[in-house]
Structures are given as structure tokens and as C-alpha cells.
Design a binder for this molecule. Structure first.
Ligand SMILES: Nc1ncnc2c1ncn2[C@@H]1O[C@H](COP(=O)(O)OP(=O)(O)OP(=O)(O)O)[C@@H](O)[C@H]1O
Ligand SMILES: [Mg+2]
Length: 404
């Protein structure tokens, strides 16, 4: 029997609906729907009826191509309203001979998620990132370990309820129940990072149209996440202002002639554009590169400052992995390496099977990652308050880890 999973990546510039069939742990993409986004700004819905129209188009295509009636989806999430924090939960380990039990971990996670959350916000992700038993730090899987005191360190992502409700309404308008929300960067991380990178220390940065989303992994676990409301839209907007040209012209100029390395561009190379209501003018590619470089540098400066603020003081041997449509900017890895002083690479979803021609691009890392997320058993749990399936899901994951 195959499982059918459905991911809905609602971006600022595009909506991507992917249907996956999972057979014996292998994913095949059997349905694909794509539509230009509408009613979105900086990762958030600003017009429910407009956004619903774009969703309807993508969902309908996904249904037609897959032949399935879709009713439930894992949905991507971004926007300035998202924030994250870390918290610990400490409990006494239950007295029995079998060591730490599932119920002990559940209690520790319950304690960890007891942070003050205002009524207009909700916990979306509760991710255990480290266990300590008595004095022993860095325990990977505490089940069956002996001790007196269990401590779990968690990474907690919260979101504004109204922002999620708007997304839920859009999905609901097209007959889809949003069963789970996944932060863009965490979905992209699932699609492009390998276990060694997560183990050594790595950042995934999804630079999309309206947002840049980052997740920092260390020792195999999510250490930190952040969303910045800047992306490719802002780069094109800077170009539009500089050229006094319509946004669409700037967007095309960026893709065709853009580069982030003015020092590598011959000062004599020019291209022609038609500004607002004027004669065609010639513009130097080096001038264009200066505009792009400034904005891209700003994005990486935000990432640098945020990582420093997060309290992470380790090295990032696996560097930064760039996804999202804007990761296709020429020379972007060089700017990332210069600002962050770590190795950088651009990544796209790998090992895809099925209807995948269009998906071989960094722009689809989040979309594919939603399906990878649905399949993963990497001990990332849904908070109890948000999803009543949580206990059962975690129970089944942990049962799989138990001996016998
Ligand atoms: N070849 C290219 N060079 C530079 N930028 C590009 C290229 N192709 C696409 N982009 C930019 O990528 C952006 C769209 O990326 P993506 O599809 O990842 O965004 P999104 O998922 O819709 O938005 P978000 O995740 O930010 O809400 C646009 O700003 C577009 O200009
Ligand atoms: Mg995106």
C-alpha cells in the first residue's frame, strides 16, 4: 500500500502544490501544480480571496496530474510574525528498571513548552535539540537510559495566530485542510542537507521572493531558526528605482544581466532598457551589479548578526547552503563567503523521482522539502497544544527506536 502526501508551498511569488506517493520509504512525485502567487506579501497573506485563487489554480493542477482528490496538506509558513526561542524541560525519571520511557520524554517536552505564549500566538514547532541525563550531556536517544533526572533542550517556533488563520482560510476555500505548518527553512533543510552537514554544523538559507528563511543545524538537530522579510522582490525593486523602470522590467534585467560581483564585471559591458515613458537607455552591467551586491550583502549581514545573537558560538564547518529562487543570482556564494566567512554552496532538491523536470531548481527546495518532512522520522514533534495526533505520532516514532 502506498501513502499519498500533499505539500502546499505558498510563497510570495509562486504557489507550488506537490503530490507524493510513498512506497516502501521511497518518494515519487505524482502530481504537480504551479501558479503565480497572488495576495501575498513578505511571506504572508494580505488578501484572502486573491491568495485563494492562486491556491485553487495550483491545487486543481495537482489534482488533475495526480488523479487524486486532495483534502489535506502540509503547508509552508514564513513571515515576520514568526519567532523562535529555546527552552529546557527537566523532570525526574520514572522509577522502573527499563530506564527512560516515552512518558518521561513526553513530560519533559510538556515542561519545555510551558513558555508564556500570548493568546494571539501559537507554538508551531517544538523541536528537541539535546537531552541530558543527570550530568551526561549530548544524549542522542534517551529511551532506555538509566538515571534520575532527564533534561530536554528544545527549539520552539511560534507564529501569530491570525497569520496562520489566514493561510488556513485560503486552503479551506479550496477544500484543503492545512493539517500541519512547516517553516520554509526547515522544509528546505529536509530537501537539501545531508546528515553529515547537519552533524558538523550548517546553515540553510532559503532566499525566496519576499523572505529569507534560515535554519541552523548542529549535531544533527535544529539549533536556531529565523525569518527575515527581505528577498528577491527587494532586489528587483532596488533595480526598478535605480532605472526608473517598471518592476517587471527590473525583474527581467536582474535575471538576464544580474550579478553580485561588480569587481568581476567588465566596466564597458552595457544593456538596453526602456524606463518609464522614456527613450531606451544604456546601462552598465557593473552599475547593476553594485545595486544587487548591496542588497545581497545586507541579507547576509542580517544572517550574520542573527546567528551571533542566537548565542551560537561554534564553527560552521559545513558552511551555508543557499536555496530559494534568489539563490540563482550569479556570484551569490562569493558574497555569502565574504560576509559570513564560511563555505557556501547553492543547492536544489536531489534524487527526485516522478514528475520532476521543473523541480530541479533551488526555488523548489521548500516545496519538495514539505514532502520530505512528512516522511521524516527525525524526532521533530508537533506541540501537543496544536495537534492532538502528537502523542500518537511521537509514541510510534519512539516505539520504533525501542529494542524488541
Ligand atoms: N535566475 C535568477 N536569478 C536571480 N533571481 C531569480 C532567478 N530566478 C528567480 N529569481 C528570483 O527568485 C525569487 C522567487 O524565489 P522563490 O520561488 O523561492 O520565492 P517564493 O517561494 O515565492 O517566496 P518566499 O519563499 O520568499 O515567500 C524572485 O524574486 C525571483 O526574482
Ligand atoms: Mg519560498
Amino acid at each position: 500500500m502506498a501513502d499519498i502526501i500533499f505539500g502546499l508551498d505558498v510563497g510570495t511569488t509562486k504557489v507550488c502544490a506537490l503530490v507524493g506517493e510513498v512506497r516502501e520509504g521511497r518518494l515519487q512525485i505524482i502530481g504537480l501544480g504551479l501558479a503565480a502567487a497572488r495576495g501575498m506579501r513578505k511571506g504572508m497573506v494580505i488578501d484572502v480571496s486573491d491568495a485563494s485563487l492562486a491556491l485553487a489554480q495550483a491545487v486543481e493542477q495537482a489534482e488533475q496530474t495526480s488523479g487524486y482528490d486532495l483534502s489535506q496538506a502540509i503547508v509552508s509558513m514564513a513571515g515576520e510574525h514568526i519567532s523562535s526561542t529555546n527552552n529546557k524541560g527537566i523532570v525526574a525519571i520514572g522509577r522502573n528498571d527499563a530506564g527512560v520511557a516515552v512518558s518521561d520524554i513526553e513530560r519533559a517536552l510538556d515542561v519545555a513548552q510551558a513558555i508564556p505564549v500570548p493568546p494571539n500566538r501559537q507554538i508551531v514547532h517544538l523541536i528537541p535539540r539535546n537531552y541530558t541525563i543527570d550530568e551526561h550531556d549530548g544524549v542522542r536517544n534517551p529511551i532506555g537510559m538509566h538515571g534520575f533526572r532527564l533534561e530536554v533542550e528544545t527549539h520552539i517556533v511560534t507564529a501569530a495566530r491570525p497569520a496562520l488563520q489566514n493561510l488556513t482560510s485560503c486552503a479551506g476555500n479550496v477544500g484543503i485542510n492545512a493539517s500541519e505548518y512547516v517553516l520554509n527553512a526547515l522544509a528546505s533543510g529536509e530537501a537539501v542537507l545531508d546528515p553529515n552537514e547537519r552533524e558538523m554544523g550548517v546553515i540553510v538559507a532559503d532566499i525566496g521572493g519576499g523572505t529569507t528563511d534560515i535554519a541552523l543545524y548542529m549535531q544533527g538537530k535544529v539549533w536556531h531558526t529565523q525569518v527575515f522579510p527581505i528577498g528577491g522582490y527587494h532586489i528587483s525593486n532596488d533595480i526598478a528605482i535605480g532605472l526608473r523602470a517598471p518592476y517587471e522590467v527590473a525583474e527581467q534585467v536582474k535575471i538576464q544581466y544580474g550579478d553580485c560581483r561588480p569587481d568581476k564585471i567588465d566596466a564597458n559591458t552595457v544593456f538596453t532598457v526602456e524606463p518609464f515613458g522614456g527613450e531606451k537607455i544604456q546601462v552598465g552591467r557593473q552599475d547593476l551589479a553594485h545595486v544587487i551586491e548591496a542588497r545581497v550583502e545586507e541579507i547576509f549581514q542580517h544572517i550574520l548578526q542573527d546567528v551571533q545573537r542566537s548565542g551560537y558560538d561554534g564553527l560552521l564547518p559545513a558552511g551555508i547552503v543557499l536555496t530559494g529562487g534568489s539563490a540563482q543570482l550569479r556570484g551569490i556564494t562569493e558574497v555569502a563567503e565574504r560576509v559570513l566567512n564560511v563555505p557556501a554552496r547553492v543547492a536544489q532538491p536531489q534524487n527526485l523521482v516522478g514528475m520532476v523536470d521543473k523541480l530541479h531548481s533551488p526555488a523548489y527546495a521548500t516545496s519538495v522539502g514539505l514532502l520530505n518532512w512528512a516522511m521524516s522520522d527525525n524526532q521533530i514533534y508537533q506541540p501537543r497544544t496544536h495537534n492532538r495526533e502528537w502523542g500518537r505520532k511521537m509514541g510510534s516514532i519512539l516505539k520504533a527506536l525501542l529494542p524488541g
